[in-house]
Structure formats: C-alpha cells, structure tokens
Design a protein around this ligand. Structure first.
Ligand code: FUC
Length: 820
C-alpha cells in the first residue's frame, strides 16, 4: 500500500512538474523622452495600416502607412517579349569562357524597375502649452499591443493611448488628463504625396494619390473622426482645434484604391472613399472600451501562444530600452576588445564573447527575450492583409521614396521576413505571403516565356512589388550581379512547403502549395542545361550568386557564370521538396520522374583550396570575401539539403565571411551557425545584431552607423530593414529547437550564456508544439503536443527516442512529457 501511495505521489509530482514554468517578465519598450527620429518612434500596425509614434506633447507626430499604397499599376505581361533569344548568346559566351561578354549580354535580359512604397501622411497632435514637461514616459507594451505616453505639464498628469486594431480596421488614440477641461490641442493631417485635406465638424478627410500619373496610380482616403468629452471642437482647413476637453478620442482609418495585382487602381480598383467613410462611421455605434477590448483580445490570441524566459532572476525592466541597448552593446564591445587577449590565451574568439557574465546578466536576458518577442509583435502587426506580405520595412516607412523602393527583394529579404513565422506560432501571418506567391506565379509565367523562352512553369527575379512584378530589373543598364538572378520563385515557394510541414494540412498542400511549388520546379527543370565540361551533369547558365562577384583565374571581376552553387542549391532543395510533396499526395508522373532523375544529375557541391564551400563552378576567389550574402549556404539554412559531410566546408565559408555584416546578413548567420550546432557562435552574432546603432539621419560626434539595432529595436541594415528583426527571432528558435522533416532536436545549439531558461508554444515541423525548460544546459522537462495522435523522433540530452503521443484528458490533444 505504502509503495502504491509513493508511486501515485511520484506520478502526480511528475505530471505537475511536466507543466513548463515559463512566466516571462513584462515585455515592453520604454523611453523617458519623445522620439526625434523615426528609429526612436514606436510602431503600431494592424497588418494594413500602421503608425510610428513620436510622442512629443508639443507636436506628437504619427507617421501613417498603408501596406497597399504604392506607385505604379499592374505589370505589362508583354514586357521582355522576345528577349529570350539572348539566352543562347549568353550561354555561347559563357561556354567559350568569355565572361566579360556574358556580363554585357545580360543587359538584354533586363526589364523595368519595381514600384515604390509610399507613405500615407502624418498626423500631428499639437499641444498649445509651452510649460515644461516632467515625468515623461513613452511605452510600447508588446504584451497587449498598446502604446502609452504619460507626462505632467502645468500640474496636470496627461495620458495618451494608441493602438492599431485589426477587428475594427483603424488606429485609435485616446487623450485623457487627471484634471477636467485640461486638453487643448490641434489635430492636423499632412502628407508628402499629393493630397487634399478638408475639415468638417469633427472630421478630417484627406484624399491623396501615390506619386506618378494621377489617372493611373493608387489613390488613398484617410478619415479621422474626433470625439470630445467636454470642451469644444472647431474645424478649419486641415486642422481640428480642441479646447478645454476632459478627454478626446481619435479614430483614423485609411483605404486605398488598390484592388489586386491585376486591377487598374482607377477603373477597377476598390471603392476606397466609401469604404473609409463606412469604417470610420461604424465607430459611432461602439464605445472606445469595446474597440480596445476587441483589439487586445484579437492580438493576444496570437501573441500569448509563446512565452520565453532566460535565467532565473526576475528583471523588472527598470531601464529605458535605449539605455538597456547601449549598455548591452558596451558589454559586447568590451568582450570584443578582450578577444585579442583571449586569442593569445588560446581561447577562440567566440568563447570570449559568449562568456560575458556578471551582475548585468538579468539585463542581458531582458533585452534578448524582448528582442525575440518584439519580432513576434512586428509580424502580428504587419502581416495580416490578404496578398500583401511585409515589405522591406514591415509596413512602417516615413519616406516619400523608401530605400530600395521599399520593395519585395526576393534574393533573401522577403523570405527572411517569414523564417520565424511558423516556429513562433504565427502560422496565420504567412497567409499574405501565400496569396502574394500566387500572384507572382500568375505573372511569372510570362517572365519565364518572354525572358527565358520557357513555356512550362514560372519564375521570379530579384525585385517585386505590390503588382507582383516578376521580371528582371535593371533597364538594360544595371549590374547583372543583382538584376539577372531568376531563382526568386524557386526560393519563395519554400515558405508554402514549410506551411504544410508545420500544419500537416494535406488539403492545403494539394490545393495551394503543390501547384505553386510544381510551377517553380517546372521552370527550373527546363532552365537546367548540360554541363559542357561533364555532359552527364546539369547546371544553370547564365547563373549569378546574389550580388556577389568572382575574380577569374585571368583576373576578370564579374558576376555572370555557369553552374553557380546557390542556383543549384535552391533547385536541389526545391526538387527534393516537390518530390516529398508528391509522395504525400500520391502523385507519380512523368514530371516527378524527370526531376528525380535531374536531381541525381545536378552538378555537386565542391570544396575549394581554402577548405570552404565553393560559391562558383570554379574555385575562383570572391571579389569581396566578407560579402553580406552567402547564398551558396542555402542548403544549410534555410534549406536542409547540404550533406553533413560538407558542414566543415560551410563552417570555413562562414569563418572567411567574418562576423561583421549588415543587419539581415547577421540575422541569417545566426541561423547558419545554429544549424552547424555552434550555439556560442550563433549567440555571438545575436549580440552583434543587438548592437546599438544611431538613427540614420543623426550625425553627431557619437553617431554609430553599422549593422545592428536602432533605439526602437528596429533592425539597422543600415538603413532600417525589418528582415534583420525577423532573422534574429528565427535565430533564437534555431538555437533552441531543430525541427527538420526527419525529427526534432531540443537545444541543438544552446549558447553557454543561456544555460537556464524555458520556452513554451514553439511549433515544429510535423505538426507539434513544444514546451520545455532547461537548467545547466540540459533539458529538465519538456512536453510535445499535437492535435494528431502522432509519433515523434526526439533527440534530447544526447539520446534519441521515438515517442508516441497519447490522448490528453478530454481535450482533442495528444502529448508526451518527460522530466529528467
Ligand atoms: C539586397 C541586399 C541589400 C539590401 C537590399 C534591400 O539587395 O543585398 O543589402 O538588403 O536587398
């Protein structure tokens, strides 16, 4: 009997401790002063409209964006018709080893530029009180997706709250004060694009259009409604003036005439004025509290799925985020400075950087977990609108013309934005990307025909935009090293395959993912040619390796080549995935047979004289060995097909590239090092990514401009690009869990600095969710859950086990737990 009681107690204890304890500290960015630059402002967004909040009581600026506001119109699918005749000429030049000629002929395979992302306008909330402001605080609470500003002026405590909500499709701002009749302010709309603002009663209406021909381009309508509690409101020109109010609520909606990639925005676009007016006026029937509650619960439905804590100390987040970031950076740099000494002591540099520890550990943990959750916040806030995935800056850009057009850059940047999405339990946020890929397919069929003479399948080149442009850019004049790359379709479909792997949704695979993947593979299958040096091998020609240049044995520096490694890595991965998908769907036909054979014939990876993975067909030197792209490592990450026996060569390549790079590139390298199982090096680069960078337009004596992180934790390429944020978030997952189609590894690349921690709600390929806790670098406790009665191959603390998930209580959930 005693034994039975003991056993029951033990079992009870086991099941209780299998519940992972993961209370993370409050996640918030906060500052003790208003923003002067947009890289200090706080972003809010509902996937379509967004705002950057500066929060100065004298002139509170809110930059406004709408993810559907771009220049241009539907692409001309006749573009480049006939250009494909040059492909044979370029091949001839290449196979004669005349790379200079090949580079110059590539200009015949270039088309027009992408469209530009445009800003909607700026909202100003102008205070008329010149008295000093004290006790100022500006906070972005990412646990609830609310921004707050608090300050005292003339003895009155003021509070402002801001959010952008998906359910009600608007930005809401509420101004309150702790003394009646204290709010005196002007509310104004302006824009950099051509526009007109009208004030009527308590409403501002701004109509504008994107740059370019007014009769062709996208138009936009912003409606702002103001409700006052007490006091008076008067409107004139572009301004509403509030006097003596107790509280003020502002609702702002925006709609554009964008009606889909094929719709002309003027004639067949959306009825934006009516839509905007309806959306604004529906607020007349609801209270602010209702709108706010709907917003918070809608946001938390996604956000609350994942909790992450590091260490065991609780940190109360008492330091302003910019200070936290600066101090963190100083510790990183101090350790870097010590590296010389560490190296002479026989330590490898990465050990030196990963053993920073001391009383500031809690601050490090605070910033590192905050950055991870901020990536999730940014994705929920910018990726929810049909067919419009996040652009280079998410959806936040104050510029009339954003850097790099703010476009979809297909040779890494757009894909990197979605690397964390499935793993961090935000699968729904991949929908806009999936819709966009379908539009790319529709246009890419013509690019394949017109530019490459291929009638099966589709392709996409370097730059795209809201019109789903697929043709090469460059206008016949630009460098082939970036314009002439045509593997964008083959790369981007890895996202739809991953969506299947994470969800096990066969219906999705059959109806959506497989046709897109197959179309991309059809193009690649036709694009491959026989290697003139080894006719039993297949290569691509012409080929480029995104933005990189080689130096041939004869000293020619160029970009166009044959058999580039990254092309072949992307094609290899795609063919493997298409065949796996066909297997799941029970499809076997001439096409699957053809690509299975082609897979075996692909020119293999080769290792160069320095022991690195060759980027080029020949063992040529890279013109810039520290180049930010490392596309030949595609098969290591994001792909899975680099054979493990080449991991040493991949490691050598990364060592030769070095650690200093742009934001997104650092984000990529975190993931690459994690895939190599080197958690300390991955962590080292996480610290690099989180190095303080000054706002782009700040040029004071203490200005720092490099890859890193701005005061508002936006990623610095520089300038701001959001891909680095998402690459960093994905990198955290990759250090903590490896989930490949073949199995799950817990803590595959845990940095020494993260020896204790817990994470819950991380999704894995194969349709599982994992919660786990670890101590002293070893998993102490984990639970793997699924909605299906699956088995899982799990590698944990050095042991591999095949585990069967068992039904859990009355829930439709199956799980397996282990406590060590
Ligand atoms: C690619 C990168 C650049 C930049 C641009 C938006 O072309 O090589 O570094 O990120 O995209």
């Amino acid at each position: 009997m005693k034994k039975l009681i003991l056993l029951t107690l033990t079992l009870l204890w086991l099941s209780a401790s299998a519940q992972v304890d993961c209370k993370q500290q409050p996640m918030r960015l906060w500052y003790d002063k208003p923003a002067r630059y947009f890289e200090e402002s706080l972003p809010i967004g509902n996937g379509k409209i967004g705002g950057l909040i500066y929060g100065d009581p004298a002139d509170d600026i809110i930059n406004l964006n709408d993810i559907t506001y771009w220049t241009g119109g539907p692409v001309d699918n006749g573009e480049g018709f006939g250009a494909s005749k040059w492909v044979a000429e370029i091949r001839k030049a290449l196979f004669n080893e005349d790379y200079r000629l090949a580079d110059s002929l590539q200009h015949y395979l270039q088309g027009g530029e992408s469209a530009d992302y445009q800003p909607v306008g700026t909202l100003h909330i102008i205070g008329d009180n010149k008295a000093p402001v004290t006790d100022y605080k500006r906070t972005l609470d990412i646990d609830s997706s609310l921004v707050h500003i608090d300050y005292t002026q003339s003895g009155v405590r003021y509070h402002r709250e801001y959010f952008a909500t998906f359910p009600d499709r608007l930005i809401a701002i509420r101004l309150t004060a702790d003394k009646p009749a204290s709010i005196n302010t002007k509310v104004m709309l302006t824009a950099l694009v051509p526009h007109n603002v009208k004030a009527s009663d308590k409403q501002l209406t701004m109509i504008g259009h994107a740059m370019g021909d007014e009769l062709e381009t996208i138009h936009s309508c912003t409606v702002l409604l103001l409700n006052n509690d007490g006091g008076t409101v008067s409107g004139a020109d572009s301004t509403l003036t509030v006097s003596g109010a107790n509280a003020v609520t502002i609702y702002l909606v925006n709609e554009t005439s964008f009606g889909g990639a094929r719709a002309k925005p003027i004639t067949t676009g959306s009825d934006y004025i009516e839509k905007a007016t309806d959306e604004a006026w529906h607020t007349k029937n609801v209270t602010y509290k209702m709108i706010r509650d709907r917003h918070v619960s809608d946001y938390q439905r996604f956000y609350d799925r994942v909790k992450f804590r590091l260490g065991y100390q609780q940190c109360d987040n008492t330091k302003p985020t910019d200070k936290l970031l600066k101090e963190y950076t100083a510790r990183t740099e101090k350790a870097l400075g010590n590296e010389g000494a560490a190296a002479t002591n026989g330590q490898t540099p990465s050990n030196a950087l990963s053993s920073i520890s001391g009383p500031e550990d809690a601050d490090d943990d605070a910033l590192e977990t905050l950055y991870f959750q901020y990536g999730r916040y940014l994705l929920i806030s910018s990726s929810r609108y049909q067919n419009s995935p996040v652009m280079l800056q998410g959806l936040w850009s104050p510029y009339l013309y954003s850097p790099w057009h703010g476009n979809y850059t297909m040779n890494i940047n757009l894909e990197e934005c979605y690397w964390p999405a499935e793993a961090v339990n935000l699968s729904e946020m991949t929908k806009p990307l999936e819709g966009f890929v379908s539009s790319l397919r529709d246009n890419g069929i013509y690019t394949a025909r017109n530019y490459y003479g291929i009638n099966d399948g589709w392709c996409c080149c370097h730059n795209s935009d809201i019109w789903a442009k697929t043709s090469p850019v460059g206008g016949g004049k630009q460098d082939p090293k970036w314009c002439n790359w045509n593997m964008g379709g083959a790369w981007v479909v890895s996202a739809v395959w991953d969506h299947y792997l994470y969800t096990n949704d066969k219906n999705y695979l059959r109806r959506k993912a497989f046709p897109l993947m197959k179309g991309a593979a059809e193009f690649c299958s036709e694009w491959l040619v026989r290697n003139p040096n080894k006719p039993d091998e297949l290569i691509t020609a012409p080929s480029t390796s995104p933005e990189a240049e080689y130096i041939t044995d004869k000293g020619y520096k160029g970009a166009t080549c044959y058999g580039g490694t990254s092309d072949l890595a992307i094609i290899r991965e795609l063919f493997v995935n298409v065949l796996a998908a066909a297997d799941v769907l029970d499809i076997k036909n001439d096409f699957t047979k053809k690509i299975a054979k082609q897979l075996e014939e692909l020119h293999p990876y080769t290792v160069g004289k320095n022991g690195d993975l060759n980027e080029w067909y020949y063992d040529w030197d890279d013109a810039d060995v520290h180049h930010r792209h490392q596309s030949h490592l595609y098969g290591l990450y994001p792909g899975h097909t680099l054979p493990p026996e080449l991991y040493d060569a991949a490691r050598r390549t990364l060592e030769m590239r070095g650690d200093e790079s742009t934001g997104w590139s650092t984000g990529w390298r975190i993931n690459l090092w994690a895939r190599l199982g080197d958690g300390n090096h991955a962590y080292r680069l996480y610290r690099y990514l989180l190095r303080y960078v000054s706002p782009q337009d700040y040029n004071g004596p203490d200005a720092v401009h490099r890859g890193g992180t701005y005061p508002n934790l936006f990623d610095a390429h520089p300038p701001f690009q959001i891909d680095g944020n998402f690459g960093g978030t994905a990198g955290v997952c990759e250090m903590l869990v490896r989930s490949t189609p073949d199995g799950i590894t817990l803590l595959p690349a845990l940095p020494d600095e993260w020896k204790d921690g817990a994470i819950t709600g991380i999704r894995l390929r194969g349709h599982y969710v994992v919660d786990m806790e670890w101590k002293n670098g070893k998993v102490t406790n984990y639970t793997i859950t699924s909605k299906e009665p699956l088995s899982a191959v799990v590698k944990v603390n050095g042991h591999t086990k095949k585990l069967k998930l068992k039904k859990r209580g009355s829930e439709m959930l199956y799980s397996v737990s282990n406590v060590f």
